[in-house]
Design a protein around this ligand. Sequence first.
Ligand code: SPV
Ligand code: MG
Length: 555
Amino acid sequence: MSMATKLDVKRDVPIPALSKAAQLRTLLESPDLSFLMEAHDGLSAKIVEEAGFRGVWASGLSMATALGVRDNNEASWTQVLEVLEFMSDATTVPILMDGDTGFGNFNNMRRLVRKLCQRDIAGVCIEDKLFPKTNSFLGHGQPLADIDEFCGKIKAGKDSQTDGDFCVVARVEALISGWGLDEALRRAEAYHDAGADAVLIHSKIATAAEILAFMKEWDNRSPVVIVPTTYYGTPTDQFRDAGISTIIWANHSLRASIKAMRETVRAIHEQESIAEVEDRIASLRDVFTLAGNAELSEAEDRYLPSTDDNVRAIVLAASRGSALGPLTEDQPKCMVDIRGQPLLRRLVSTLRESGVRDVHVVRGYRKEAVDLPNISTLDNDAYETTGEAASLACALDQIEGDCVIAYGDILFRRYILDNLLQTDGDIVVGVDAMWRERTGRTAERVRDLVQASAPFSPSYLDDEPVLLQRVAPDLAGDDISGEWVGLAKLSARGSELVCAEIASMGEDGSLATASLPDLFSRLAKHDNPPRVVYVTGHWLDVNDAFDLAKAGDFT
Ligand code: SPV
Ligand code: MG
């Protein structure tokens, strides 16, 4: 039998990267100066990692302040744990938690450490003060913990960690509390002997004198962590030269965000407008990027059921919608708010739910306002003088393969699109047979009336396809079979037919002013006319304030 050594083993599985706790241990123990940057929630933790920091300081002061409470253990330890869980999930770099005094005695410390390990928090820093603690920069000479009691807490923490690399950092408050260097050294020594992986020596004077004096005496017996909040003027190289292991920049994300938020909010309040601040704040796209929406989109492609991965949609959203008055002064009607979301965003979500993820939106009026994730945009810059067919022609290059054409001002239940996608036919249009049921729907007021080869019948058997004959505003009486819902599905052949018809409209001069009903009426004259799929309600379009109110209730 051959004696395989570790090096001989052929691995199929990649060696896992260092755990977060091992990463923190490396930062603390490496001879190079390391840095931990403060964060107080998932977002700030992401920003810290994005900037290149290799570790996060989960500051008690900052988390408390962000929660709207004081740094006096007013947030319970489980509330802090919740925040940490979001931070940990949002990042791949290690987090050192500011554990204050351990939230009680040795027993509370044991439970804290077990829970931190479960949440993949890399280490905890506890300070030798009394529960409930007060921030070190407040008051004078805060009472310190009994050394032996604090050493017991450190041991309890070390004995409870379920990850071998988890780090317990012991924070010495003797200098802050005015007990002097000797007491600081005595405590640091005791905590080191009790098993602390590093000591944090804290000082609140304006120079690094106390810290540098400590370093000289300490003589590198364990890694030393510092928090130069008050002695910020000291050049970082002095800390490097003194043999400091790790610097914590303890509260600067929080303080930066307070200033930025305050300035922006005040400006908006004073100006009663957001126009002036727009360019000074993060873009929505930035927000979505930080939130990781791109990953979600990819995951949707992997996991959501889809009828056909290659179906794309052309959404026509060039018109203003002037009947909506001031609501469409600065944005087209596709962007009006429906229960907190732009109409178009709701439409795009429904398309995506049906597996149509490649969405191309033709913009026109106030095109810059059409800015949503997960869409591509095309522009009809002549929107004021042209009609829908011309807008569709702007997307000509995208009309290929399986394709959906949709008005940009409609909302519909997903099953309607699913039905169209599942119906055989090169061009399939959705037609509402119950169009009269919608308040305000009379033949005189509806533009997209449909004449079909057969009326809707509830007992209709699916053997004889219903074919489109005309879409027009001037139909009357029995000629009206329903109202087009603004949705059509094209097969690859259907896309070719539509492109050919657009080309022929371009040649005969009718394209510029034609509507989509005009286009579909022309297609209906072909040997192979579009097929009709009847629906009975469950959709709406938004033309005026009344429709908008209805849209608010649409689910
Ligand atoms: C914190 O960031 O909460 C700290 C560091 O404990 S300090 O505020 O300097 O005490
Ligand atoms: Mg703190």
